[in-house]
Design a protein around this ligand. Structure first.
Ligand SMILES: [Zn+2]
Length: 147
């Protein structure tokens, strides 16, 4: 309820000079309504509970993580989060045996008298990448393992 809603004078008077019975009735009413609301939220399941804790009760996501005992993300999951390629061979299903063996590159590498070389991969813009599986020997385009 917005605080700006004016309380009618007769009710405001009871707030200021209320009887003990008023307090009891109002206590009970608030408890009933809030109890029903809590039951509704809890019946909505974990997602609705978490949403209520954040959006309505004002808990931060950090506090909710603490409540649920969620540990900080490891580097592994961050790597998974930004993953662009699968490292699993689509043919033999072995993991970690893939290598890029060929590609066409558009580059910007200075030519010198003894050749051209760079260790900086940002010089490259590659296309037509071919991936080789060291486990089964199959070669296939990079697009087959692009997520
Ligand atoms: Zn393979």
């Amino acid at each position: 309820m917005p605080k700006t809603t004016p309380i009618p004078a007769d009710i405001q008077k009871r707030c200021d000079f209320g009887f003990a019975a008023d307090t009891e009735a109002v206590d009970e009413q608030v408890h009933d309504l809030k109890g029903n609301e809590a039951a509704d939220i809890n019946n909505g399941g974990m997602e609705s509970q978490v949403r209520w804790l954040h959006d309505t009760a004002g808990m931060t996501w950090g506090e909710i993580r603490e409540l649920l005992d969620i540990k900080e993300q490891t580097n592994q999951t961050k790597e998974e989060e930004f993953a662009s390629f699968s490292t699993v061979c689509p043919y033999c299903k072995k993991d970690g045996r893939l290598e890029v063996v060929h590609f066409s590159a558009t580059a910007d590498i200075p030519l010198t008298k003894d050749g051209f070389a760079t260790t900086d991969c940002s010089f490259f813009d590659t296309t037509d990448e071919v991936v080789h599986c060291k486990a089964c020997g199959k070669e296939f385009p990079l697009s087959e393992v692009t997520l």
